[in-house]
Design a protein around this ligand. Sequence first.
Ligand code: UDP
Length: 333
Amino acid sequence: MFEESEDTPRVLVTGGAGYIGSHVLHALSDAGIPAVTIDNLSTGRRAAVPDSVPLIEGDIGSADLLERVMRGHRVDAVMHFAGSIVVPESVEKPFAYYRNNTVNSLTLAEACVRMGIDKIVFSSTAAVYGAPESVPITEDAPTIPINPYGASKLMTEQMLRDAGAAHGLRSVILRYFNVAGADPAGRTGQATPVATHLIKVACQALLGRRPALSVFGTDYPTPDGTCIRDYIHVSDLADAHVLALLHLRRGGGSLVLNCGYGRGASVHEVVRTLEAVSGEPVPAALAERRPGDPPQLVAAAARIREQLGWIPKHDRLEEIVRSALAWERGLEG
Ligand code: UDP
């Protein structure tokens, strides 16, 4: 199917069947921007991909496949989501992370250059900052990742910068803070059953799908002793990607942008908010600190607004947890 030639250029979205990739595919489709996606369905779901978007089941580690899709669909830009994202797993299996995240990104960037594609939007992470000394964290803060996941993403950032200088591949590197919530229309959400992220885990505990939420650490140097994070609604993040693509299509230069609201919430605050919106208690147990968790991660959030004109529409913790819970309720228990 991907041999067919079409007139309109498409954006190639890697990992479009996954949590964030599928929200972006819906945002692109809402904006009338044609896309094609490659996903190996290792963690993604076919049903998450909008009907209008061709889904090529396969691996982005294959340069042949990439080139066939790029040629067959007149791809003019890439959005790169496919990758592994579980921090503790990256500590246990670093090679898998460097292969999946760094090596595959190298294959993808090389394919772009070979095929004359000069625009890429890359999913990076606040994990590139490691355990920063102060918040909010600006994009110019030192990047000292403390786990292979963050390092694998930072290496890709560096590769893209070098490819920009040598080959004119322009990139928008988006450093995600804590992405949560689900499409307000309920078209997609976080579907992976082995969740580790706070809001998803708390929703599962509230729905009785796991015994309790473990609150990892209550003795941090924060006002209530629990860790503080900058939670961003996945639909606002998806909008940021569309704006990043339009920026590059307008001829804009490379950017590195934090994706967060510049506001933190503690673990206790998240739990209380979920209880308030649901009217039900979240079974929770206080637990030891989880190794590698920095006390606070909050984005300096001005640059993305200035550079892309991004205006968040869902920047309330209530809305984030309400949409996450609605999605979770709709999943098979
Ligand atoms: N957290 C928790 N219990 C859980 C999962 C997470 O207390 O079951 C805490 C975690 O220690 C951190 C915050 O919630 O302080 C956000 O963790 P998450 O894994 O969602 O994202 P991270 O910030 O690690 O990327």
